[in-house]
Structures are given as C-alpha cells and as structure tokens.
Design a protein around this ligand. Structure first.
Ligand code: PLP
Length: 291
C-alpha cells in the first residue's frame, strides 16, 4: 500500500498576501510549468516533523520561513494561515508516530504578481539504523568563506531556498565516497553544517554548534536539543569549530527535523565515539515533542 499523502494549496492575492487554503489532490498536477519554483528554484521552504499528529517546533519553522522569505525579497508569509495549513495536514496524519509536512512559497508564475504556496504531508522514512548505529560522514569544502553572509548576501547562504540542487549534489558526492552524509566546511577551514542538518559536537559536558553567522541555516532541532541538554547533564553553546575539533570530539550528531539525531560513527574514515544511551535519549526527546 502506498504512503498516505495530503496537500493544501495556500492561495494569495495580487498583493502577495495569503487569503486562505484549500485541500487538493496530491496525485493531480497542481504546479504551472512557468512557475519559477520549477524554472529557477526561486522560492523558500520548510520541512516540519509531526509527532503523532503534533507539528514540532512549528513557531520556529514559521519564523525561519519568514526569515528566508525576507532574504529572497518575497512577501512575508502569514504565520496564522500557514500554521492552520500545517495543522490541517497534521490532523490527517495523526495516526502515524512520525510524519512530516513541507511548506513551500515561490515567487509564482512568470509575469504574474501572486506567489504560489502549498503544504504537502506524508509519513516519515524509517531512520532507526541512522539513529542507533550512526552514520559515516566525509568533509566537503563548500567553497565559500565563513564571512560569506556579510560579503555576499546575494549568495543566500543561510536561507532555506528551493535551490537545493547543490545540497543534493553534496549528498551524492558523500555516497560516491562511500559515506552516508557530509559535513560542509568553509573555504577558510571552519565546520558548517550537513547538506540537510545541523552539526552538534560534544566536548565534555558541552554540546557545541557552529554560529549561524558563518552562513548556515539556524536549526530548529538544535535549538530544542540545547534547551533539553541540562536533562542529560549537558549545556549547549555556539562555537567556531574546525575539523580537528570534530576528530577530537567526545561525540557528534547531525540533527534535523525528520531524521532527528544521527550520531557520527566516523569522519573521513576515522572513528568517533557513539554514545548509544545519549543518542537514544535525544531521539526519544525529539520524537516525543508535542509542540
Ligand atoms: N541545515 C540545512 C542546510 C538544512 O537543510 C536543515 C534542515 O533541512 C538543517 C540545517 C536542520 O534544520 P532543522 O533542525 O530546523 O530541520
């Protein structure tokens, strides 16, 4: 049997304001071929995990959606309408322990003033292996300096834009090198993030994550993990990190909304300690979030 899928179209007026949403058939074509989402990857998105029908970190995702829209000079999305759209899909998926909703806002059809918006939800893949056994990662040079946001904001580093072909290419390069995932590194040698995840490194009783000022996405999962860290006798801190810091770490994870916390068991073929108990506690906490 195929996975359940649900879709709503978020409608907009000529001023770019959302006016409401309607449920639609995800099996039918909905997007015009002249929509700049398809022709230029010109838009923004978010992927929100659902725990038994509860959207997780919804406010943080909607804030980041608005931040990305501002970075791309798109109309700022109406948080109330988008939250209702996500909750409508979440109700349809409430029978599933783990599901997700992707929300998308594009600049619209070429030559027309209205943005295009939709939200699509389905069940999550099974990530038990990644969460328990861990993942092997390689380091990939992103080719941009860590001050790219300041020097070249038009590169949109740190925006969750639809132009994810580079992120997908990085994941394929990792696979070609025999790894499960990648950690991107700035051209001046600082650790950044995964192609679809935030890096969290454990050193002693600290959890460390790179600064968003280095041109990375502010992670919602990382923020929730740092808020919960005292439960595990840890505290979170933002810090610039190098590949040597990662190799010397007491543990490291790539964390994100749908896969949650995937411990790194090796970096460039060199083993890292995997703390199964702490990883299980993190994933239990992340899966169990009800807001
Ligand atoms: N960094 C990038 C580039 C991402 O694409 C994502 C999520 O897709 C993340 C970090 C993690 O963000 P979140 O924890 O909000 O899912």
């Amino acid at each position: 049997m195929s996975d359940p899928q649900h879709l709503v179209i978020v409608e907009h007026d000529v001023e770019g304001h959302a006016t409401g949403f309607v449920e639609a058939d995800p099996e039918l074509p909905q997007l015009r071929v002249t929509d700049v989402a398809a022709t230029r990857g010109d838009g923004v998105f978010e992927t929100i995990s659902l725990g038994a029908g509860h959207p997780q970190a919804l406010d943080a995702h909607l804030e980041r959606f608005a931040r990305s829209a501002r970075m791309l000079d798109l109309p700022v999305p109406d948080a109330g309408i988008w939250a209702d759209a996500v909750r409508t899909l979440a109700e349809h998926l409430a029978d599933h322990d783990e599901a997700w909703v992707k929300i998308v806002l594009t600049r619209g059809v070429e030559g027309q003033p209205m943005p295009t918006g939709w939200a699509y939800g389905t069940v999550s893949p099974d990530f038990r292996r990644e969460r328990t056994e861990g993942i092997d990662v390689v380091l990939l040079d992103r080719g941009l300096r860590s001050d790219v946001m300041r020097t070249s904001p038009w590169l949109l580093a740190g925006a969750k834009s639809l132009s994810y072909a580079i992120n997908r290419a990085a994941a394929r390069e990792a696979a070609r090198r025999g790894a499960d995932d990648a950690v991107l590194v700035s051209s001046d040698g600082l650790l950044l993030e995964g192609p679809t995840s935030t890096l969290v490194v454990r050193r002693g009783d600290e959890l460390l994550t790179p600064p968003v000022e280095h041109g990375i996405l502010p992670g919602t999962t990382q923020v929730d993990l740092f808020a919960a860290a005292p439960e595990w006798g840890l505290h979170g801190r933002v810090a610039s990190l190098t590949p040597d810091d990662l190799l010397a770490a007491d543990g490291a994870w790539l964390v994100s909304s749908v896969r949650h916390a995937a411990p790194l068991r090796s970096v460039e073929g060199r083993s890292l300690p995997v703390d199964g108990g702490l990883s299980a506690a993190m994933n239990g906490f992340l899966r169990g979030r009800r807001a």
